[in-house]
Design a protein around this ligand. Structure first.
Ligand SMILES: [Zn+2]
Ligand SMILES: [Zn+2]
Length: 246
């Protein structure tokens, strides 16, 4: 039986299209529900899959709006649910503590900011998370999230770094930001092209590549083609509600 389920809540970069969401992924294993990133539209979409009182923790890659826009309303939800007696402990929100945004993760007795230590692994129930520092205008981390012998690598906003290959090593699923078409390589700092996502997948020996954090222009099928020139394995685009069982 598969015991590691990943559901795409949102996958747009920058802002969501109508009825959709920016970055947000629900990870479930053995009754534990962890949300990775909480962008615009994620709070609404998440409730298609779980009741909010069953959310155990949130882990944030960084503090750009397309990854955190719904945190404030999620904190209000925690407040209402606690006041109604449906939630009995503060919601844990994990993020880096390298700038002032960290303090915003704590909200009275309703949510508690928990600092990520990028040097050490984080255990959340059956999940083991490890982090690598991205190359992005503000501090951002990619993460490797293992459960038993299964592994998801999530590469959040970043330019190419060799560490990305390490964090994605032999991943069963590599969820990789692909903000750019190859022709924009080197022109927009802090983001990957589709071809670079494919290169990371190949160098890391990943089994399955999913392109996410997609742009609002061009034809996304071209991203698949460009990644496919660098990676011979399975590649797909993230879509709302898409589920993978590892
Ligand atoms: Zn960003
Ligand atoms: Zn972003």
């Amino acid at each position: 039986m598969n015991s590691y389920k990943i559901t795409t809540i949102g996958w747009w970069g920058a802002y969501p299209s109508a009825g959709e969401a920016t970055s947000g992924y629900l990870l479930q294993s053995h009754g534990l529900n962890v949300l990775v990133d909480c962008g615009s539209g994620v709070l609404s979409g998440l409730q298609n899959y779980i009741n909010l009182q069953n959310l155990d923790a949130v882990v944030l890659s960084h503090y750009h709006w397309d990854h955190i826009a719904d945190i404030g309303c999620l904190q209000y939800a925690a407040r209402i649910l606690m006041d109604l007696g449906h939630l009995n402990k503060p919601l844990e929100i994990y993020g880096h503590a390298e700038d002032d945004n960290f303090s915003g993760l704590s909200y009275l007795q309703y949510s508690r900011g928990c600092a990520i230590d990028p040097q050490s692994a984080l255990k959340l129930g059956a999940f083991k998370l490890s982090f690598c520092r991205n190359d992005h205008p503000d501090t951002c981390f990619s993460m490797r999230i293992e459960q038993a012998n299964r592994c998801l690598a999530y590469i959040a906003d970043t330019a190419w770094t060799d560490d990305l290959v390490g964090i994605a090593q032999n991943a069963d699923l590599l969820l990789c930001e692909s903000s750019l078409y190859d022709e924009y390589r080197g022109m927009i700092p802090g983001h990957l092209t589709a071809g670079e996502a494919g290169e990371i997948a190949t160098c890391a020996g990943a089994k399955h590549l999913v392109l996410t954090h997609l742009p609002h222009f061009g034809n996304h099928e071209q991203l698949l083609e460009q990644a496919g020139k660098k990676f011979a394995g399975k590649i797909e685009l993230a879509t709302t509600g898409k589920v993978w069982l590892l």
